[in-house]
Design a protein around this ligand. Structure first.
Ligand code: AMP
Length: 290
């Protein structure tokens, strides 16, 4: 079980990648905010499938948290993260920079923003969130210079935004999306699940159950009217008193614009977010419409 090398400064990180590339090795990057769980470890293993060397970055990025969000409370567990990554045997480097390495001039003035598709779903409930995400990922691409970067489809909107950014900025990196890793009862694994009380934890799988119900409506029962589908999801979530809906929407996977009628043969994204106590959980399903 090789312990991954921990690199904390940008210059050494870039030098490491360049050295590996000179040796003919391809390099994969898995950006994370730490507090790692099996979902993140799956991304690391997936990176190792495609690449000779794997970097996992661990950085709680302040610019993607809004005022009053959980930036200060967000778990920082580098020691246990590094042990978990060692066990995978898939990871060569943990890039764990300080804030000063990522934002070297203090207050950040340079931003990467993706218009329109970042404005709704999570973008409307968390203004500025995606600007923080695209900016940090662009900076990680500039520092780590990966060939492949791996992201979870749990954060489907984030993945589509990052694909758009990569294509339009011309980053020489291929993005790989990995299906959501779940607990036995269907709850999507998330670093924020640890905020749930035992009662909220028991209630939270309803989010996945509601998405499954919607998928059945589309795939098994041939429902094509998004208003009907979304209303049923909302009704099901409404039966759980501990669940407070943030949004439920059926959107196009390219534009992320809400859909009215689902076209046969299209791919749609059913996206949801809900609060259980103070924890805001998101879950998504990408559905092929028969
Ligand atoms: P985070 O550290 O939570 O910001 O997430 C880092 C990466 O892990 C993102 O690409 C997430 O989409 C991905 N991720 C988080 N949870 C899961 C999960 N349950 N299954 C698959 N990927 C995940």
């Amino acid at each position: 079980m090789a312990q991954p090398l921990i690199i904390t400064d940008a210059a050494s990180m870039r030098a490491w990648t360049r050295h590996e590339r000179q040796q003919g090795h391809s390099v994969g990057l898995v950006p994370t905010m730490g507090a790692l769980h099996e979902g993140h470890l799956t991304l690391a293993r997936e990176a190792a499938v495609d690449c000779d060397r794997v970097i996992v970055s661990v950085f709680v990025n302040p610019t993607q948290f809004g005022p009053g969000e959980d930036y200060d409370a967000y778990p920082r567990t580098l020691d246990s993260d590094s042990k978990k990554l060692a066990v995978t045997g898939a990871v060569d480097v943990i890039f764990a920079p300080s804030e000063a390495e990522i934002y070297p001039l203090g207050a950040n003035l340079t931003w990467v923003t993706v218009d329109q598709i970042g404005d709704h779903l999570c973008g409307s409930s968390r203004p500025g969130h995606f600007r923080g995400v695209t900016t940090i990922v662009a900076r990680l691409f500039a520092i780590c210079e990966p060939d492949v970067a791996v992201f979870g489809l749990k954060d489907a909107q984030q993945f589509f935004i990052l694909k758009r950014m990569t294509a339009e900025m011309g980053f020489a990196v291929t993005l790989k999306g990995v299906p959501t890793v779940r607990e036995g009862d269907g709850l999507a694994m998330s670093s924020r699940n640890r905020y749930l009380s035992p009662e909220e934890r028991s209630a939270a799988p309803i989010l996945y159950a509601a998405l499954q119900e919607a998928r059945d409506q589309i795939v098994e029962r041939g429902v094509r009217d998004s208003v009907t589908i979304v209303a049923e999801v909302r009704e099901l979530l409404g039966t759980e008193p501990l669940c407070r809906i943030d949004y439920v929407q059926l959107v196009d996977t390219q534009t992320l614009q809400p859909l009215h009628n689902l076209a046969s043969g299209s791919k749609v994204l059913l996206a949801s977010a809900a609060f259980f106590g103070s924890a805001r959980l998101i879950d998504n399903a990408i559905v092929d419409v028969p």
